[in-house]
Design a protein around this ligand. Structure first.
Ligand code: NAD
Length: 438
């Protein structure tokens, strides 16, 4: 990438106000380096001033907290929690909370920056943030997760707020986690449903929020398959991840007639070239603790799943799974990034060379934050929407943003990822400038 014009420290991750341009795409980049790599490419195309680049390439605020939790066996585990507010030029900070063993400041910082670009791209009035706790929620009891969540909420309560920063679920967290967060925040601040989104419907959650990310993925995938001369309903799909996003993407793909030939979870995947019945797979996975061992499919590894013959590949689990050592073996014609950051910058270049169309994460997975926005609006107005209204508004916004990205990519002869970054980054730049941030 372009030469370094301004570099104020050697450690871009630990210094706010640093500008450092990433030189070359590689698999070794950390999640934040990868997110920053795509940002700087966009900043170059937009001829961004260095001062603006300095503000937009770093976080506004980063909080790390210590969370001691008493486990049911009497032992005390000290977890590390994070909340990063990347940029608030366009509105209150917004982004999910992740519980996973991979969580550290770098990962949360990367996810917060991606939230800034995606919120601007889908045009919801938010800045970008993300939070997380380093833990393994799969080994924790219900009570241990509740204690962890309440303590974490109390510790970040000083920097969140309905008009300041609104968390939501992400990997390892769900509607129950949001219910605890809302309840804990309410102890000090009174009844405040708009403090989190992705809540259970009985606590002010929105109809349609649970499946919203998957629904948005399908809307993008339908448009993208048309662009490569295919019909989504006639295509075969492989999906990595079978949690909230993976399951709903698979279920809705099947509903519109597509054939889901493979799904996976952390333990591994399953494949049946004739198609899987998604609800039966869900039942098996609940009973067996994994999709693996499903009677009507062969077991495959997560790596093998990515290389299966299919029309559309949908990574819907973790970051950095498409790398330079497997990008050449991907057989899909189209990849739709439901997960955040699934493709390393080095792999991205290989996919571009191979002519594989990639719908980037900051477009493909915005359905969740879009319906989170509808939930927040309902909470503020104390007025509940019907499911049809939620789904219609979601479809309108996803279609508008997707069309915009495709048109910009074509007009400027750039990839969909570059077009999506350019639209999102330019909107944030413009808001930051008129507010007088830079
Ligand atoms: P989830 O916790 O509900 O499910 C995660 C799935 O990934 C599970 O099936 C899990 O077994 C699997 N998994 C975990 N580690 C894995 C590994 N090493 N290899 C393969 N599979 C693995 O999480 P989710 O909410 O479905 O989120 C999935 C992805 O989508 C994440 O990247 C998240 O940031 C992104 N995302 C989620 C939302 C949302 O609304 N939940 C919105 C936008 C983006």
């Amino acid at each position: 990438m372009g030469e370094e014009k301004l570099e104020t420290t050697d450690d871009p991750q630990n210094s706010l106000g640093t500008v450092r341009r990433v030189e070359a795409a590689s698999d070794a980049m950390t999640p934040f380096e990868a997110a920053t790599y795509f940002f700087h490419r966009s900043a170059d195309r937009l001829n961004m001033r260095d001062e603006v680049r300095a503000v937009l390439s770093t976080s506004y605020r980063e909080l790390a907290v210590q969370i001691p939790v008493k486990y049911e066996d009497g032992s005390i585990h000290v977890h590390r929690g994070y909340r990063v507010q990347h940029n608030g030029a366009r509105g209150p900070y917004k982004g999910g909370i992740r519980y996973a063993a991979s969580v550290d400041m770098d990962e949360v910082r990367a996810l917060a920056a991606l939230m800034t670009w995606k919120n601007a791209l889908i045009d919801v009035p938010y800045g970008g943030a993300k939070g997380g706790v380093h833990c393994d929620p799969t080994t924790m009891s219900h009570l241990e997760k509740e204690r962890l969540t309440r303590r974490f909420t109390a510790m970040i309560s000083y920097i969140i707020g309905v008009n300041r920063d609104i968390p939501a679920p992400d990997m390892g967290t769900d509607a129950q986690t949001m219910a605890w967060m809302m309840d804990e925040y309410g102890r000090k601040n009174g009844y405040t449903p708009g403090i989190v989104t992705g809540k259970p419907v009985e606590l002010g959650g929105s109809p349609g929020r649970e499946e919203a990310t998957g629904r948005g993925v399908i809307i993008c995938a339908q448009k993208a398959t048309q662009s490569v001369g295919m019909t989504f309903a006639d295509s075969t799909i492989a999906i990595q991840g079978f949690g909230n996003v993976g399951y709903w993407t698979a279920k809705l793909a099947q509903e519109v007639g597509a054939k889901v030939v493979a799904v996976s979870d952390v333990r591994g995947g399953i494949h049946n070239a004739n198609g899987l019945d998604i609800d039966t797979v869900l039942k098996h996975s609940r009973d067996a603790g994994s999709v693996q061992g499903y009677h009507d499919a062969e077991d495959v590894s997560n790596d093998e799943l990515l290389e299966l013959p299919c029309d559309v590949l949908i990574p819907a689990a973790i970051h950095g799974v498409i790398r330079s050592d497997n990008a050449a073996s991907i057989k899909a014609k189209l990849m739709v990034e439901a997960a955040n950051g699934p493709t390393t910058p080095a792999a991205d270049e290989i996919l571009i060379e191979r002519g594989i169309t990639v719908v980037p994460d900051i477009l493909a997975n915005t359905g969740g934050v879009t319906v989170s926005y509808f939930e927040w609006v309902q909470n503020i107005q104390q007025f509940r929407w019907e499911l049809d209204q939620v789904n219609d508004e979601l479809e309108k916004r996803m279609t508008r943003a997707t069309t915009h990205v495709f048109e910009r990519a074509e007009a400027n002869n750039i990839t969909l990822r570059d077009a999506a970054f350019d639209i999102g980054v330019d909107r944030v730049r413009s808001a930051a400038e008129v507010r007088g941030y830079v």
